[in-house]
Every structure is written in C-alpha cells, then in structure tokens.
Design a protein around this ligand. Structure first.
Ligand code: NAD
Length: 432
C-alpha cells in the first residue's frame, strides 16, 4: 500500500518505518526542515531502541521517504496517517490546531478517495471535526478513521510490530477493509484488531493512559503510607500484584509519571469530561498526587542538609522521563533540578541519551557529565531520577571514593536498603 505519515516524531517515524518494514511504500512529512534534512541524510533524530536498523534497511530498499511537502507526500497515498502533536492548551484541554490545520490543507489538495487515519491522541468527537474541516474544501470522497497509538517510548518498535491490540474507530466498510489489510501483518499471530465507532476508539486511548496514570499515583500514595506506618512498599507491591485481578506490572512507586502522554492525557480527559458536565473526581486526585510526588525528595534533601543547600554539589543520575528514551517532556528529573537550582545547588547531571535535549532547556545552568561516575567527584549527594539499567549495578566503592558526602536519594528504588546501608551510605528511597 502507499502510505503518507504526517508528523515525523516519536509516533510518526516509528509507525512509518514499521509500515515500510511490512512492504508498504511510505513517505513521511514534517514541517521541521532540519529534522527532514537529517532523515534524508539517513540519520534518526530520536533515540529509540531497534529503530535505526529498520530505518536504514527500509531506506536502502527504497520503501521509506521523507519530505517537507504535504502535497508531494499525499500524491499517491491511499492512506494518510496523522501523527501530529496534541499538546495541552492553556486550560489543559488538547490543542487540536495542528490536527485541524493539516485537515484544512488536506481538504484543498485531496484528489482521490483517501482514508485519513488519526493516530494522534485526541478528544472524543475529533474524527467528526477533522471530517468537517476536510469537507469544507474537498471535492472527492474520503473517510476519517480513529486509530489511537499505544506504543511506549523505549519499546516503540516492538510495541508497534507486536501490538497487544489495534483499535480502529470507523463506521465505513470501505475504510474498515483497508485498515484490516494494512494491519494484517501485525495481527496475524493472533493479536486482536478491534473495530468500533470513532468516539469509542478516541476515548479508549484516554481511558487506557488515565488508568495507567491512576495505577502510578495509587502506588505512590501506598508508598507514602508505607513510610508513615513503617511498612515496605516492595513487599506490599508483590503481595497485592500477585492477585491476578490486579497484576504485577505498573505498580512501582517513584517520583511520579512524566513524558509527553500521561500528564497531558489525564488533563485532557478531565477537561473533556468537564465539557460534558462530568466531574472526573479520581483523575483530579491522580494529578494532584503526581504533582506532589515529583518533588517528594526535596523536603528530605533539605532536611538532611539542615536547610543549608546553597553551594552544595549534587549529582543527578537520569534526565529522561523514563529509561530507554531521550524524551525529556515533563520529566520528573527536571522538576527536581529546578528546585535544586532555586536552592542555589550546583547541579551535575548524567543521562545516557537525554543530555542533548536537556541542554536546550537548562543550558549552562547545570553541568553535564560524560559518564555517571565523573559527576560524582566531590558531590555532597547523589539523586537517582531515572531508572536506566546502567545505574542498577554500580561500583559502590568507586562511588564512595569519589563523593564527598555519602548520601543517596533514590527516586526509583534501584537498590536494596540494607545492602546500601551496609556499604556505609545514608539511603533514602520511596516507600521503604
Ligand atoms: P512529536 O512531537 O514527537 O512529533 C510530532 C511531529 O509533528 C513533530 O516532528 C512536528 O514537527 C510535526 N508537525 C507539527 N506540525 C506539523 C504539520 N503541520 N505538518 C507536518 N508535521 C508537523 O509527537 P509524538 O510524541 O510523536 O506524538 C504525536 C501524537 O501521538 C500525540 O497526539 C501523542 O499524544 C500521541 N502519542 C504519543 C506517544 C508517545 O509515546 N510519544 C504514544 C502514543 C500516542
């Protein structure tokens, strides 16, 4: 099939590459000229495991192309995917200007029946809005389909190639059959494809992300109670997660959720529920808990240093919002760093992939190390903000020799408390 993907970010590039891998001819379009130049030169502009290999193979086999021209991209396309940003607007609701802007342009240039598939995360009713926008100018038939994306950054290629499920919202038989054919290579080993109406499909994505965010905030609340009553959240987590109705995954407490999806999707579902005159009480609490959790280590750090933080040197391991990505959007590490800078701390950071993106935010206000030991030299404390696996088994003797202090504030519970304390560290973690 001939496919165009509009928006070549984390979702667009992974989707485009994976569709090309299944033998489709894919052209990805983006308004960011620098990004497109990079892609045309064979460079992947984001860090995502496994992506580079597929990207190179499909370029070599002439199935994957890049352009800045929407017109060129859609010339032969039978299916056009929209993988555009839907950031929170000022009031927290999803900003649809990117999606509707492209819809307007498409209406002017479509010259044959095409299926327009929305992969961006959008509020209920957006497929109708996109349809109406295209129809303002379109002279040909078209269908607008909702096909929310569930890939996780860090596992995006694997998730796309072997999805737990594919959700497609459409009431058009013609579009349904095209989508079925397109996804057959991904669902042939039994992974289901669920067809439903557009609104249910749009809401499914928000429901899934909001539920996962709820799980995280719930566990963070349990962890906070554990600390107050002297329980250990690791035991509680395993004890409760062994109930098959609950499940073991996504029960890890920490310093809150971040990223480009959970914070904005929780906000957007609160907003769209409220627009439908419904007060989504649980999600309001999920958000409040997460806001508090992002800086929960700060009072402990201040307390430990008796409020005298100015001039202290603190090392931070991890800048990405989670491991295996260079994405720093809404990263809890960044909230902590801002508070440390406000307290006049000298902040030294290391992240395996997210340093370049972080430099664009903090510039020279913080220091960036080449590796995770360098930044520990003469540090008064170490904060762990992202659970990269490389941090899980460090050389503690080396750490002790390098640091001036001996305190570790671990926002991701990487180590056993007794193990670290036996090594002579003072160790603070979450819920233990
Ligand atoms: P992104 O910011 O990484 O990528 C969006 C791209 O669209 C950017 O490269 C931008 O330059 C481009 N763009 C903006 N306006 C354009 C236009 N008019 N024409 C062409 N390109 C344009 O965003 P993302 O993380 O890929 O997310 C895209 C959507 O997918 C969002 O709605 C997001 O909620 C959803 N989503 C994201 C993830 C994820 O893990 N990142 C997972 C599932 C769903």
């Amino acid at each position: 099939m001939k496919i165009a993907v509009v928006g070549t970010g984390y979702v667009g590039l992974v989707s485009g590459t994976c569709f090309a891998e299944m033998g489709n001819n894919v052209i990805c379009v983006d308004i960011d000229e620098k990004k497109v130049e990079k892609l045309k030169n064979g460079k992947v502009p984001i860090y995502e495991p496994q992506l580079e290999m597929l990207f190179e193979r499909n370029i070599k086999q002439d199935r994957l192309h890049f352009t800045t021209s929407l017109q060129d991209a859609i010339k032969e396309a039978q299916v056009i995917f929209l993988a555009l940003p839907t950031p929170p607007g000022e009031d927290g609701s999803a900003d649809l200007s990117y999606v509707l802007g492209v819809a307007e342009d498409l209406g002017k240039i479509l010259d044959k029946y095409t299926v327009i598939v929305n992969k961006s995360t959008v509020p209920v009713g957006t497929a109708d809005k996109v349809s109406a926008k295209i129809a303002e100018n379109a002279k040909v038939d078209f269908d607008v389909v909702s096909n929310p994306e569930f890939l996780r950054e860090g596992f995006a290629v694997d998730d796309f190639l072997k999805p737990d499920r594919v959700v497609v919202g459409t009431r058009s038989d013609k579009a349904k059959s095209i989508m079925e054919d397109l996804y057959k290579p991904f669902t042939r080993s039994g992974n289901p494809i669920y067809f439903m109406d557009e609104k249910s499909s749009e809401l499914t994505k928000y429901a899934a992300n909001s539920f996962l965010a709820t799980k995280i905030s719930f566990m963070n609340e349990i962890a906070n109670v554990c600390e107050l009553v002297g329980a250990n959240v690791d035991h509680v987590r395993i004890g409760m997660g062994s109930d098959t109705r609950i499940g073991k995954r996504f029960l890890f407490p920490g310093i809150g959720y971040g990223g480009s999806c959970f914070p904005k999707d929780v906000k957007a579902l609160i907003k769209s529920s409220s627009a439908a005159n419904y007060n989504f009480e649980i999600l309001n609490a999920v958000e409040t808990v997460n806001e508090r959790q992002k800086t929960i280590l700060m009072p402990r750090i201040k307390n430990y240093f008796n409020g005298a933080l100015a001039g202290k040197k603190i090392a931070v391991w991890g800048l990405a919002f989670k491991p295996n990505t260079d994405d720093i959007r809404e990263a809890p590490a960044h909230y902590m760093i801002r508070e440390l800078l406000d307290a006049q701390v000298e902040v030294h950071t290391f992240d395996p992939e997210a340093t370049e993106n972080t430099k664009e935010i903090f510039g020279d206000d913080i220091a960036y190390g080449e590796n995770y030991y360098d930044i520990l030299k003469d540090a008064d404390a170490l904060i762990i903000a992202t659970e990269w696996s490389v941090f899980r088994n460090p050389d503690f003797d080396k750490i002790k020799n390098l640091m001036k202090g001996n305190v570790i504030f671990d926002g991701r519970n990487l180590f056993e408390t007794s193990q670290i304390e036996n090594l002579g560290f003072t160790y603070f973690s979450i819920g233990r």
